[in-house]
Ligand binder design. Structure first.
Ligand code: CUA
Length: 159
């Protein structure tokens, strides 16, 4: 079968672009640990106040030294605030929303998820060394969206 030269060039160029884009995805997954959320868990947003976990959102230590942070996003704040976690320990965030869709991003890190009413977004990160981070809402949620910020304090781990 005869394929025109220009057609052949375009076919190879299109195939090359596909490989480039696929490569970019695998590169970000491998090198920057950017992944889609993979945790599917539901929670009733209308009874959050009496929910055993999200009724009192807090940082809870586990026996192995890691911590679980339950976060409720609500127009226009995060709870708890500030969030205090130890450095160099696995920190599992469990985030939900009490009203509309919010975002939860620890600025400057890959800790980033959506806070969706009815769902629990969960991911685990480790912060190396103590420091302070800004937490920002990255989903437009209302007139004060730009003011919806929180603080994450990473403290030196206790011996
Ligand atoms: Cu909450 Cu934007």
């Amino acid at each position: 079968m005869h394929v025109e030269l220009y057609e052949r060039i375009w076919m190879w160029a299109a195939a090359g672009l596909l490989l480039l884009f696929l490569g970019a995805i695998f590169l970000t997954v491998g090198l920057q640990a950017i992944q889609p959320p993979s945790h599917i868990e539901t929670v009733d947003p209308t009874t959050l106040a009496t929910n055993p976990e999200f009724g009192t959102p807090a940082v809870r230590p586990r026996a192995d030294g890691s911590v679980v942070v339950s976060v409720v996003a609500q127009t226009f704040s995060f709870s708890p605030d500030p969030i205090e976690v130890p450095a160099n320990r696995a920190v599992t965030f469990r985030i939900t929303s009490a009203d509309v869709i919010h975002g939860f991003e620890v600025v400057g890190t890959n800790a980033n998820a959506m806070a969706i009413p009815g769902y629990v977004s969960q991911f685990t990160v480790t912060f190396k060394g103590p420091g302070e981070y800004l937490i920002g809402c990255h989903e437009y949620c209302g007139t004060m969206h730009h003011n919806m910020v929180g603080k994450l304090i990473v403290k030196k781990e206790s011996p």
